[in-house]
Write a protein that binds this ligand. Structure first.
Ligand SMILES: CC(C)(COP(=O)(O)OP(=O)(O)OC[C@H]1O[C@@H](n2cnc3c(N)ncnc32)[C@H](O)[C@@H]1OP(=O)(O)O)[C@@H](O)C(=O)NCCC(=O)NCCS
Length: 203
């Protein structure tokens, strides 16, 4: 897919405001123009590091946080006060075997789901800015983008460290739990229990 550099602002932008802790704090969501924003991509990796280090019982390096999908994925960021405070990505695939962490799907699919498949991954929100709807906004823009791109099926993996609330949040977007997949084989993430495979048929 020609994934990067499209629609940096505009119709997909969502704005919100902090209500209690920092009533003056406004945030926006926009798509990253990856090719022309290397510093912003670095900030995404820094945010992944902060969020995942808190969830993973082993030390992580930058290499653990980047994969080859990052170069072609569409990325969205949430920004406040010129800082990246949230990030997430969407990749689109014609086969289950092509999705990120495909090993985690195991044999959960007896028959192939409809394609193209939109795969939602790498959602992170800075701890200081959580529970303000930023994660929900990053889901909404990705679901909308996948639908507009013709995806017929959406997939996500939810590791237990993300919490049941994350599964409930995806359920509120029409996702269902397909079942529990298999452990990741990445040397750092194989310590985590197998994730839940969460899916939604678009049409
Ligand atoms: C999961 C995460 C992205 C949620 O971000 P967020 O901006 O706080 O999410 P929102 O404000 O949109 O949603 C908060 C709502 O979702 C629920 N929620 C979803 N996942 C949650 C989580 N892991 N922890 C707390 N609440 C969560 C809350 O109960 C809250 O519900 P409410 O709106 O009814 O009060 C954030 O907690 C995070 O970065 N976690 C670490 C990385 C991670 O686990 N990513 C998910 C990968 S699947």
């Amino acid at each position: 897919m020609d994934a990067i550099g499209r629609g940096t602002t505009g119709a997909a932008a969502i704005a919100g405001a902090g209500v209690q802790a920092r009533p003056d704090m406004a945030w926006t969501i926009r798509e990253l123009a990856s090719a022309s924003e290397p510093a912003t991509f670095d900030a995404i990796i820094g945010l992944r590091m902060r969020c995942w280090a808190a969830q993973t019982p082993v030390a992580l390096t930058r290499d653990d946080l980047i994969d080859h999908y990052d170069g072609t994925a569409r990325h969205w960021i949430a920004e406040a006060e010129d800082q990246v405070i949230g990030a997430a990505r969407l990749t689109i695939h014609d086969a289950l075997e092509e999705v990120p962490e495909a090993v985690c799907l195991g044999s959960i699919y007896g028959s192939h789901p409809p394609t193209p498949i939109g795969f939602l991954s790498r959602l992170v929100v800075s701890p200081e800015y959580r529970c303000r709807g930023i994660g929900r906004g990053l889901d909404q823009v990705r679901i909308q983008a996948a639908t507009e791109a013709g995806c017929r099926f959406l997939l996500a993996l939810v590791f237990d460290v993300s919490g049941e609330a994350r599964v409930a949040q995806l359920a509120s977007h029409g996702f269902q739990v397909r079942g529990r997949g298999c452990k990741d084989t990445h040397p750092k993430f194989s310590v985590l229990p197998a994730p839940l495979v969460v899916e939604r048929v678009i049409h």
